[in-house]
Design a binder for this molecule. Structure first.
Ligand SMILES: Cc1ncc(COP(=O)(O)O)c(C=O)c1O
Length: 374
């Protein structure tokens, strides 16, 4: 598609319609189609229609959660969805934020306010954990994982002054760290980074997250497996005072500003509309569909003589590679279908079950054709 964008901020505008037409053509041309039958590479789902339409409505009303008097329904909607979700995790309260990077930072900030002097996580924890430690001025210690990517709890140091971060659905392998055991009792604070797999707690797979109810805080990305547009995530706390410790009052505010962000949009309205549209059964069905496709593709690649599987999907994420290894050509040819990930220093391909419209047969055919051609 041919288009020319001005090099500098133009003196005169094009007008709303022409500018929108131009930009929407470029966006359509230069964005991945997350709902395509072979889109299975990243943690970014295609949002359902109700979420897209509600986001448009939110943009129109432009509510600010910082000021409940400006956003009475946005405030109410967020508190409804937080209640529904917190209940499944046996958490007391929480708030929405722009992503799990921020939810992790917020939770670890609360941990520091409650006396944690260091952060301990597994080698496979998301980079936002080390980033949070850096921002908070706390040392971050990483412990080894077992062969399936779960934290090796035998390798844990003394946790008496530490915030222990357990991951429910690691970014690279989808592993769930042990969510119960002595290490939870031994820690000053337990945070579960459930950015990816947290929504399974609202589905038939809820038992996979048993033990999460003992955590002090939980992070969940709604823009991953709750099928929300960005920027949508949730930070949950076990105790009301934890959230208070990350709240600040200001002379121009009627209520304290909770968490890291200041002004926040009405992501809770979009999530509420999505929950109302899908119901628990609809969400369960979408997650089940994603997990089924991951299993079918993984089994197909395990049976194919030219590829090997690292391990079966644990939470819809799995890794495989051709027997001749991962090449740059393979990575290029499979863009959007699979992506490259390093596991214990070795390159593997990664598939992520974020797209309920993915078609296992089409994905397998695409991968097999490309691998066979190399
Ligand atoms: C396990 C895990 N934690 C945290 C994050 C960060 O979440 P976000 O991208 O919502 O900031 C990710 C993102 O992929 C993740 O996989």
């Amino acid at each position: 598609m041919n288009y020319t964008l001005p090099k500098n901020f133009p003196e005169n505008g094009l007008g709303d319609e022409v500018a929108f037409e131009l930009i929407s053509r470029i966006v359509r041309d230069k964005s991945a189609n997350l709902g395509s039958a072979v889109s299975f590479a990243h943690m970014d789902p295609p949002p359902p229609k109700v979420a897209i339409e509600t986001t448009r409505l939110n943009a129109q009303y432009n509510q600010n959660l910082l000021h409940p008097d400006l956003s009475p329904f946005a405030t109410e909607a967020e508190s409804i969805v937080i209640d529904w979700i917190a209940d499944a995790f046996q958490m007391r309260n929480g708030h929405m934020c722009a992503g799990s990077t921020i939810a992790n930072l917020t939770a670890l900030w609360a941990a520091r306010e409650h006396g944690a002097k260091s952060i301990v996580c597994s080698a496979d924890a998301h980079l936002s954990v080390a980033k949070s430690a850096h921002i908070l001025g706390l040392p971050c210690k990483k412990v080894a994982t077992d062969k399936n990517g779960k934290m090796d709890v035998q390798a844990l140091p003394d946790l008496s002054n530490a915030a222990l971060v357990l991951t429910a659905g690691t970014t690279g392998r989808g592993a769930i760290d042990p969510l119960s055991g002595w290490h939870l009792e031994a820690s000053k604070w337990v945070h579960v980074d459930a950015a990816w797999a947290g929504p399974l707690r609202l589905s038939r797979y809820r038992a996979l997250l048993d033990g999460i109810e003992s955590a002090d805080s939980v992070a969940i990305s709604a823009h991953k497996w709750l099928f929300q547009p960005k920027d949508s995530a949730i930070c949950l706390f076990k105790a009301a005072e934890s959230e208070r410790s990350v709240s600040f009052s200001g002379s121009y505010l009627a209520t304290p500003n909770v968490g890291v962000q200041g002004s926040r949009g009405a992501a809770g309205i979009t999530l509420l509309a999505t929950f109302l549209a899908m119901g628990q059964a609809g969400l369960d069905q979408k997650l089940h569909q994603c997990i089924k496709v991951a299993e079918q593709v993984a089994i197909g690649l395990d049976e194919f003589e030219t590829t090997e599987l690292c391990c079966m999907p644990q939470t819809g994420v799995f890794n495989w590679r051709p027997v001749f290894g991962v090449t740059e050509q393979l990575v290029q040819d499979l863009k959007g279908v699979s992506s490259k990930v390093m596991i214990e220093g070795q390159p593997w391909m990664r598939n992520v079950a974020a797209n309920p419209h993915a078609d296992a047969k089409k994905i397998l055919n695409r991968i097999k054709t490309i691998v066979s051609r190399l």
